[in-house]
Design a protein around this ligand. Structure first.
Ligand code: WT7
Length: 572
């Protein structure tokens, strides 16, 4: 690449972190602590730091949240957000919700969805935000494992919640103003609630705050619990990596049911007192471009699949004024160099890849606005983070060689625990390294290049899907005896879920049957977990002694087929 290539060399301007190397040498996480009010008061609460303190500092009239959905555009100031989260917090307290209780939220991407999450945090309870598209079994697995006692939802979504199968769930509140046989109406209860006294429940930095369930290659989804201390790193990465400043309008496209949608859709921007755009509704290129124009988005955090979808609609860009954009970031799946090139053409802005995981709570490997980007690389370790490529014994491999991407323990946003599963938590570590499960290499300058996963986890459109969950669902279908599920390389989605199944004798393969099996997974589990392809086999490859299904063989065969067919570019 030539020296003048804008991909390698950032545009000039003022940025929050100018000198990476120097900062990397000197930076200590403790130096961030004085920013927070608890540094002086000893009183900790994420919701307070995100909202209340800005009101106390005189920014009550600043726009906190701009909700946009089609032609609807509504905004809330920090004062309004404080008032509403205080009211909900008082309501929860008066209903007996206490510190440490697990309160789940199952709401769309709208103001109430955000107010609910922050109100639960305000009262010191642990919030479990559920992704809006989850169906019965996905909801059940999470709420049952977490022994959730309270649910905040709406009447429509409540229909998908298997209330009878959740013995610990004793209170359900809905955002609708109506009578309901098993739920209480929040707007009605608010009319009777006393708003006297302090809404905030003070906690400790290491107290549980939010739980996100995430998939691996084995077993049911696991609950990754984060503590209030995540704010230290979320604030700092919001500043350095998102490069948030006073007048920014920031849009993170993820739903807060996923960790990106909470860490970077709520906490990082509001800790930085930034205006947050919340876009309701589904993905549509026109609507997305319109949202940027209508709200004047300056900083935009999204994912490669979304960018690739927008790429297909490049011709529409000219119909919109997108000149407000100044910084774009990506996360969740490999960002292919073609997308970076497209971003430069379409917006004259580089797309900055970032790498992290549900378990890590905040960004770890990043491309800073002030640093050179090497297309194909996820970036370098954030100051305060030591990244390494190690072997199975925990020894670092030579620079340039592939190995396990690992992070030295001790960063502020590291998960607190895996819910009720200490063994699983311990399994993430080799000596003092946290092992991500990703395979990667690091070049002489510290740039990390992603290679793939070290396990069978599937990454489709940036969403992490456990093959076990899908296989378990498939074999519940009366026609399916056995199932093996893999991620099949796909040019748009990175990977798609592909299932190999063996049918019971009573059934024969037909298009109709396969459709029925797909629908079964879609409506029981979740749309994103539905196998987009199903192949019927006589038998599945298995280990000779234990009889475990060999997903790796299925995947290797699939990739071989793709390469022979040469139909797709295989992004591995
Ligand atoms: C896995 C974590 C927290 C971010 C959203 C996903 C993959 C994440 C990248 C990237 C290539 C990436 C990894 C990781 N991943 N970012 N920039 N390039 N792959 O969080 O659902 O916990 O998934 O997503 O495989 O281990 P998650």
């Amino acid at each position: 690449m030539s020296q003048s290539n804008p991909i390698l060399h950032p545009r000039k301007g003022i940025h929050n972190l100018e000198k990476y190397e120097e900062t990397y040498e000197q930076f200590k996480w403790d130096s961030v602590h004085p920013h927070f009010s608890w540094f002086k008061t000893d009183k900790v609460n994420m919701a307070y730091e995100c909202i209340d303190r800005h009101v106390e500092d005189g920014y009550g009239e600043k726009e906190a949240l701009v909700y946009i959905n089609g032609t609807t555009k509504e905004s809330l100031t920090f004062s309004e957000l404080k008032r509403r989260t205080d009211e909900w917090a008082h309501l929860l307290k008066s209903q007996g919700v206490k510190k440490g209780d697990r309160v789940f939220t199952f709401l769309p991407k709208n103001q109430e969805g955000y107010i609910a999450i922050l109100a639960v945090i305000k009262v010191g309870a642990i919030v479990g935000p559920l992704f809006e598209a989850f169906m019965e079994d996905a909801i059940y697995d999470r709420m049952y494992d977490c022994e959730a006692s309270v649910l905040l939802t709406n009447a429509e979504l409540l229909e998908r919640v298997p209330v009878d199968k959740l013995p610990e769930l004793h209170s359900i509140y809905i955002t609708d103003d109506l009578d309901h046989p098993i739920a209480q109406s929040i707007p009605r209860l608010l009319k009777e609630t006393s708003f006297e006294g302090e809404a905030v429940q003070w906690v400790g930095l290491n107290d549980g705050m939010i739980i996100h369930y995430t998939s691996g290659s084995t077993g049911k989804p696991k609950g990754v619990l984060h503590a209030h201390r995540v704010m230290i790193q979320q604030f700092q990465t919001g500043k350095w990596v998102l490069d948030l400043r006073e007048d920014d309008v920031y849009w993170c496209t993820a739903h807060p049911g996923w960790v990106t949608g909470s860490s970077y859709g709520i906490f990082a921007p509001w800790l930085n007192r930034t205006t947050v755009v919340v876009h309701g509704g589904r993905f549509k290129a026109d609507e997305w471009f319109q949202a940027i124009e209508d709200t004047g988005v300056t900083v935009w955090y999204s994912a490669p699949t979304a960018f690739r979808l927008l790429m297909n609609d490049t011709d529409k860009i000219k119909n919109f004024n997108l000149s407000s954009l100044r910084h774009i970031l990506s996360v969740g799946e490999p960002l292919n160099p073609e997308v970076i090139t497209w971003g430069l053409d379409a917006f004259n802005i580089r797309i900055h890849d970032t790498w992290w995981m549900t378990e890590t709570g905040a960004q770890l490997i990043v491309n800073l606005p002030t640093a050179a980007i090497k297309p194909g690389s996820m970036g370098r370790a954030l100051p305060g983070i030591t990244a390494g490529i190690i072997d199975l014994e925990g020894n670092e491999v030579k620079r340039g060689e592939f190995g396990l991407l690992a992070i030295k323990k001790g960063w502020p946003s590291m998960m607190k625990e895996i819910w009720k599963n200490e063994e699983k938590y311990q399994s993430y570590f080799i000596n003092d390294w946290y092992v991500s499960g990703d395979l990667a290499r690091m070049d002489e300058e510290g740039y990390v290049f992603f290679q793939g996963r070290n396990d069978d986890m599937i990454n489709s459109s940036g969403e992490r899907i456990g093959p076990f969950e899908v296989e378990s669902k498939l074999i519940e279908h009366p026609a399916v005896v056995e199932a093996g599920v893999i991620g099949k390389p796909d040019p748009l989605r990175g990977e798609i879920v592909k299932a190999f199944i063996v049918l019971t004798d009573a059934y024969t393969e037909s298009e109709e049957l396969l459709k029925d099996i797909q629908t079964f997974v879609r409506f029981k589990l979740a749309a994103h977990a539905m196998p987009r392809e199903i192949e019927v086999l006589e038998e599945l490859p298995k280990t000779p002694i234990s009889g475990k299904i060999l997903r790796r063989i299925l995947k290797a065969q699939e990739i071989e087929k793709l390469e022979q067919g040469d139909r797709y570019h295989v992004p591995l």
